[in-house]
Write a protein that binds this ligand. Structure first.
Ligand code: BG6
Length: 276
Protein backbone atom coordinates (compact mmCIF):
# COMPACT_ATOMS: atom_id res chain seq x y z
CA UNK A 1 0.00 0.00 0.00
CA UNK A 2 1.26 3.49 -0.76
CA UNK A 3 1.75 5.61 2.32
CA UNK A 4 -0.80 8.16 3.48
CA UNK A 5 -0.11 11.71 4.50
CA UNK A 6 -2.52 13.98 6.39
CA UNK A 7 -2.14 17.64 7.24
CA UNK A 8 -3.03 18.49 10.82
CA UNK A 9 -2.76 21.32 13.32
CA UNK A 10 -1.30 20.83 16.73
CA UNK A 11 -1.99 23.96 18.74
CA UNK A 12 -0.89 26.78 16.44
CA UNK A 13 1.56 24.58 14.54
CA UNK A 14 1.25 22.84 11.19
CA UNK A 15 1.92 19.13 11.35
CA UNK A 16 1.88 16.18 9.00
CA UNK A 17 0.87 12.65 9.87
CA UNK A 18 2.63 9.91 7.88
CA UNK A 19 1.06 6.48 7.82
CA UNK A 20 2.98 3.56 6.33
CA UNK A 21 2.26 -0.19 6.44
CA UNK A 22 4.48 -0.47 9.51
CA UNK A 23 4.00 2.67 11.57
CA UNK A 24 2.52 6.11 11.99
CA UNK A 25 4.40 9.30 12.85
CA UNK A 26 3.49 12.93 13.39
CA UNK A 27 5.97 15.67 12.43
CA UNK A 28 5.96 19.45 12.49
CA UNK A 29 8.25 21.83 10.61
CA UNK A 30 8.48 23.79 13.89
CA UNK A 31 11.95 22.75 15.03
CA UNK A 32 12.00 19.78 12.57
CA UNK A 33 10.27 17.99 15.40
CA UNK A 34 8.92 14.42 15.45
CA UNK A 35 5.97 14.43 17.88
CA UNK A 36 4.79 10.84 17.76
CA UNK A 37 5.94 7.42 16.53
CA UNK A 38 3.62 4.45 16.76
CA UNK A 39 4.81 1.17 15.22
CA UNK A 40 1.91 -1.15 14.40
CA UNK A 41 2.98 -4.00 16.67
CA UNK A 42 1.65 -5.08 20.05
CA UNK A 43 -0.77 -2.52 21.47
CA UNK A 44 0.57 0.11 19.06
CA UNK A 45 1.17 2.59 21.92
CA UNK A 46 3.20 5.70 21.20
CA UNK A 47 6.93 5.20 21.72
CA UNK A 48 7.36 8.94 22.20
CA UNK A 49 6.00 11.03 25.04
CA UNK A 50 4.55 14.54 24.95
CA UNK A 51 3.40 16.74 27.83
CA UNK A 52 -0.25 17.71 28.20
CA UNK A 53 1.14 21.13 29.12
CA UNK A 54 3.44 21.59 26.16
CA UNK A 55 3.37 24.82 24.17
CA UNK A 56 2.68 24.37 20.48
CA UNK A 57 3.39 27.79 19.10
CA UNK A 58 5.97 29.72 17.14
CA UNK A 59 8.95 30.84 19.22
CA UNK A 60 8.41 28.24 21.97
CA UNK A 61 9.95 24.82 22.57
CA UNK A 62 7.82 21.67 22.46
CA UNK A 63 7.94 19.53 25.61
CA UNK A 64 8.04 16.00 24.21
CA UNK A 65 8.80 14.10 21.01
CA UNK A 66 12.29 14.67 19.64
CA UNK A 67 13.51 18.24 20.10
CA UNK A 68 16.47 19.07 17.86
CA UNK A 69 18.96 20.93 20.07
CA UNK A 70 21.14 22.91 17.68
CA UNK A 71 23.63 24.57 17.24
CA UNK A 72 24.37 24.16 20.93
CA UNK A 73 23.33 21.78 23.66
CA UNK A 74 22.30 22.99 27.12
CA UNK A 75 22.90 26.44 28.47
CA UNK A 76 26.36 27.14 27.02
CA UNK A 77 24.51 29.94 25.26
CA UNK A 78 20.95 31.25 25.30
CA UNK A 79 18.31 30.22 24.42
CA UNK A 80 18.90 26.88 26.18
CA UNK A 81 19.44 24.00 23.71
CA UNK A 82 19.87 26.40 20.76
CA UNK A 83 17.52 28.36 18.56
CA UNK A 84 16.63 25.63 16.04
CA UNK A 85 13.85 24.15 18.20
CA UNK A 86 12.10 27.54 18.31
CA UNK A 87 12.08 28.10 14.58
CA UNK A 88 10.08 26.88 11.59
CA UNK A 89 12.15 24.76 9.17
CA UNK A 90 11.52 24.13 5.48
CA UNK A 91 9.88 20.76 4.98
CA UNK A 92 9.98 18.81 1.70
CA UNK A 93 7.20 16.53 0.54
CA UNK A 94 7.55 12.99 1.96
CA UNK A 95 8.92 10.34 -0.39
CA UNK A 96 8.53 6.58 -0.27
CA UNK A 97 11.61 4.32 -0.16
CA UNK A 98 11.87 0.90 -1.83
CA UNK A 99 11.27 -0.83 1.52
CA UNK A 100 7.97 1.02 2.07
CA UNK A 101 9.40 3.41 4.65
CA UNK A 102 8.85 7.15 4.16
CA UNK A 103 11.46 9.90 4.27
CA UNK A 104 10.91 13.57 5.04
CA UNK A 105 13.72 16.13 4.76
CA UNK A 106 13.68 19.39 6.72
CA UNK A 107 16.23 22.16 6.32
CA UNK A 108 17.23 25.29 8.13
CA UNK A 109 20.16 27.63 7.88
CA UNK A 110 21.34 30.59 9.85
CA UNK A 111 23.58 32.65 7.61
CA UNK A 112 24.59 34.97 10.42
CA UNK A 113 25.63 32.06 12.65
CA UNK A 114 27.31 30.36 9.69
CA UNK A 115 25.74 26.89 9.96
CA UNK A 116 23.19 24.98 7.88
CA UNK A 117 21.23 21.98 9.14
CA UNK A 118 19.28 19.18 7.53
CA UNK A 119 17.08 16.74 9.43
CA UNK A 120 16.12 13.53 7.65
CA UNK A 121 13.26 11.61 9.23
CA UNK A 122 12.67 8.05 8.07
CA UNK A 123 9.48 6.35 9.23
CA UNK A 124 9.26 2.58 8.89
CA UNK A 125 9.52 -0.33 11.32
CA UNK A 126 12.12 1.92 12.96
CA UNK A 127 12.17 5.69 13.26
CA UNK A 128 15.49 7.19 12.20
CA UNK A 129 16.27 10.87 12.67
CA UNK A 130 19.51 12.19 11.16
CA UNK A 131 20.82 15.68 11.83
CA UNK A 132 23.44 16.92 9.36
CA UNK A 133 25.31 20.14 10.05
CA UNK A 134 27.48 22.04 7.58
CA UNK A 135 29.67 25.05 8.21
CA UNK A 136 28.71 27.53 5.46
CA UNK A 137 30.94 30.31 6.81
CA UNK A 138 34.61 31.15 6.25
CA UNK A 139 35.68 30.48 9.86
CA UNK A 140 35.69 27.56 12.31
CA UNK A 141 32.50 27.22 14.41
CA UNK A 142 31.94 25.18 17.60
CA UNK A 143 29.04 22.73 17.52
CA UNK A 144 27.24 20.86 20.28
CA UNK A 145 23.88 19.27 19.51
CA UNK A 146 21.32 16.66 20.51
CA UNK A 147 18.37 14.59 19.41
CA UNK A 148 16.62 14.94 22.74
CA UNK A 149 14.16 12.04 22.60
CA UNK A 150 11.34 11.80 25.16
CA UNK A 151 10.18 8.19 25.56
CA UNK A 152 6.80 7.11 26.85
CA UNK A 153 6.82 4.48 29.62
CA UNK A 154 4.00 3.17 31.81
CA UNK A 155 5.82 3.68 35.13
CA UNK A 156 9.34 5.08 35.23
CA UNK A 157 9.99 3.52 38.66
CA UNK A 158 9.59 0.06 37.10
CA UNK A 159 11.76 0.42 34.00
CA UNK A 160 15.46 -0.32 33.50
CA UNK A 161 17.80 1.18 30.94
CA UNK A 162 20.70 -1.02 29.85
CA UNK A 163 23.71 -0.12 27.70
CA UNK A 164 25.62 2.10 30.13
CA UNK A 165 27.05 -0.42 32.59
CA UNK A 166 30.65 0.53 33.45
CA UNK A 167 30.39 3.92 31.67
CA UNK A 168 31.67 7.13 33.18
CA UNK A 169 29.10 9.88 33.45
CA UNK A 170 28.97 13.49 34.49
CA UNK A 171 26.13 14.18 36.91
CA UNK A 172 24.70 17.56 35.96
CA UNK A 173 23.06 17.85 39.40
CA UNK A 174 26.02 17.06 41.70
CA UNK A 175 28.56 18.33 39.12
CA UNK A 176 30.65 15.19 39.68
CA UNK A 177 32.06 12.36 37.56
CA UNK A 178 30.74 8.90 38.43
CA UNK A 179 30.72 5.37 37.03
CA UNK A 180 27.52 3.51 36.18
CA UNK A 181 27.14 0.13 37.81
CA UNK A 182 24.54 -2.06 36.10
CA UNK A 183 21.28 -0.81 34.58
CA UNK A 184 19.94 2.70 35.16
CA UNK A 185 16.91 2.73 37.42
CA UNK A 186 14.76 5.73 38.30
CA UNK A 187 14.09 6.58 41.93
CA UNK A 188 15.26 10.22 41.94
CA UNK A 189 16.04 13.11 39.57
CA UNK A 190 18.54 12.03 36.93
CA UNK A 191 20.43 14.38 34.62
CA UNK A 192 23.54 12.53 33.48
CA UNK A 193 25.88 12.83 30.52
CA UNK A 194 27.31 9.40 29.68
CA UNK A 195 30.63 9.05 27.87
CA UNK A 196 30.88 6.61 24.99
CA UNK A 197 29.54 3.29 26.19
CA UNK A 198 27.59 1.15 23.86
CA UNK A 199 25.91 2.99 21.01
CA UNK A 200 22.85 0.95 21.89
CA UNK A 201 20.61 1.44 24.90
CA UNK A 202 17.51 -0.58 25.72
CA UNK A 203 14.55 0.70 27.72
CA UNK A 204 12.85 -2.28 29.30
CA UNK A 205 9.24 -1.48 30.24
CA UNK A 206 7.71 -4.51 32.01
CA UNK A 207 4.30 -2.85 32.42
CA UNK A 208 3.81 -2.10 28.72
CA UNK A 209 5.67 -5.34 28.05
CA UNK A 210 7.98 -3.79 25.50
CA UNK A 211 11.65 -3.08 24.96
CA UNK A 212 12.71 0.03 23.07
CA UNK A 213 16.08 -0.05 21.33
CA UNK A 214 17.74 3.38 21.10
CA UNK A 215 20.76 3.52 18.79
CA UNK A 216 23.13 6.46 18.36
CA UNK A 217 25.38 7.37 15.45
CA UNK A 218 28.02 10.12 15.38
CA UNK A 219 27.57 10.52 19.12
CA UNK A 220 30.06 9.74 21.88
CA UNK A 221 27.91 11.21 24.63
CA UNK A 222 24.36 10.32 25.69
CA UNK A 223 22.14 12.17 28.12
CA UNK A 224 19.67 10.37 30.36
CA UNK A 225 17.13 12.67 32.03
CA UNK A 226 14.12 12.50 34.29
CA UNK A 227 13.16 15.67 36.20
CA UNK A 228 11.45 13.81 39.08
CA UNK A 229 9.19 15.61 41.59
CA UNK A 230 10.60 19.05 42.42
CA UNK A 231 11.84 19.96 38.96
CA UNK A 232 8.56 18.83 37.37
CA UNK A 233 6.67 21.16 39.69
CA UNK A 234 8.91 24.06 38.66
CA UNK A 235 8.49 23.67 34.89
CA UNK A 236 5.45 25.52 33.56
CA UNK A 237 5.18 23.30 30.49
CA UNK A 238 5.37 20.01 32.41
CA UNK A 239 2.62 18.42 34.57
CA UNK A 240 3.47 17.74 38.21
CA UNK A 241 2.90 13.99 37.86
CA UNK A 242 4.12 13.55 34.30
CA UNK A 243 7.67 12.55 35.26
CA UNK A 244 6.22 9.09 36.02
CA UNK A 245 5.51 8.36 32.38
CA UNK A 246 8.63 9.57 30.59
CA UNK A 247 12.39 9.58 30.36
CA UNK A 248 14.84 11.03 27.88
CA UNK A 249 17.66 9.07 26.27
CA UNK A 250 19.41 11.55 24.03
CA UNK A 251 21.99 11.19 21.25
CA UNK A 252 24.35 14.06 21.98
CA UNK A 253 27.63 15.72 21.07
CA UNK A 254 28.69 17.61 24.17
CA UNK A 255 31.51 17.98 26.71
CA UNK A 256 34.47 15.90 25.43
CA UNK A 257 32.41 15.15 22.30
CA UNK A 258 31.87 18.82 21.37
CA UNK A 259 32.90 19.43 17.75
CA UNK A 260 34.52 22.26 15.88
CA UNK A 261 33.59 22.52 12.21
CA UNK A 262 36.13 24.06 9.84
CA UNK A 263 34.72 26.05 6.87
CA UNK A 264 32.87 23.59 4.61
CA UNK A 265 33.10 20.74 7.17
CA UNK A 266 30.08 18.57 8.02
CA UNK A 267 28.95 16.51 10.97
CA UNK A 268 26.20 13.89 11.19
CA UNK A 269 24.38 12.91 14.38
CA UNK A 270 21.60 10.33 14.28
CA UNK A 271 19.34 8.17 16.39
CA UNK A 272 17.33 5.09 15.45
CA UNK A 273 14.42 3.96 17.58
CA UNK A 274 12.73 0.58 17.27
CA UNK A 275 10.89 -2.02 19.29
CA UNK A 276 12.64 -5.30 20.04
C1 BG6 B 1 18.39 17.80 29.26
C2 BG6 B 1 19.39 18.51 30.16
O1 BG6 B 1 19.04 17.42 28.08
O2 BG6 B 1 17.34 18.70 28.93
C3 BG6 B 1 18.66 18.99 31.41
O3 BG6 B 1 20.44 17.63 30.49
C4 BG6 B 1 17.48 19.88 31.01
O4 BG6 B 1 19.57 19.71 32.23
C5 BG6 B 1 16.59 19.11 30.05
O5 BG6 B 1 16.77 20.24 32.19
C6 BG6 B 1 15.38 19.92 29.56
O6 BG6 B 1 15.79 21.12 29.01
P1 BG6 B 1 14.72 22.20 28.54
O7 BG6 B 1 15.52 23.41 28.10
O8 BG6 B 1 13.96 21.58 27.40
O9 BG6 B 1 13.85 22.47 29.74
Amino acid sequence: MAFQMKSEKIGALDAVRIITDDAEALLTPHGAHVLSFRPFVGEGEDVLWGSEKSNYEDGKAIRGGIPVCWPWFGKVNMPAHGFARLTRWNMDRPTEEADGSVTVILTYQNQEYGLAARVTVNVGKALTVTLDTENISDHAIPLTDALHTYFHVADVTKIRVSGFDGCDYYCNLAKTMNRQNGDIIFNREIDSIYSAGSRKAVIDDPVLDRRILVERFGSNTAVVWNPWIEKSAKMEDFGDEEYKNMLCVEAVNTREDARTLAPGAKHTLATRISLL
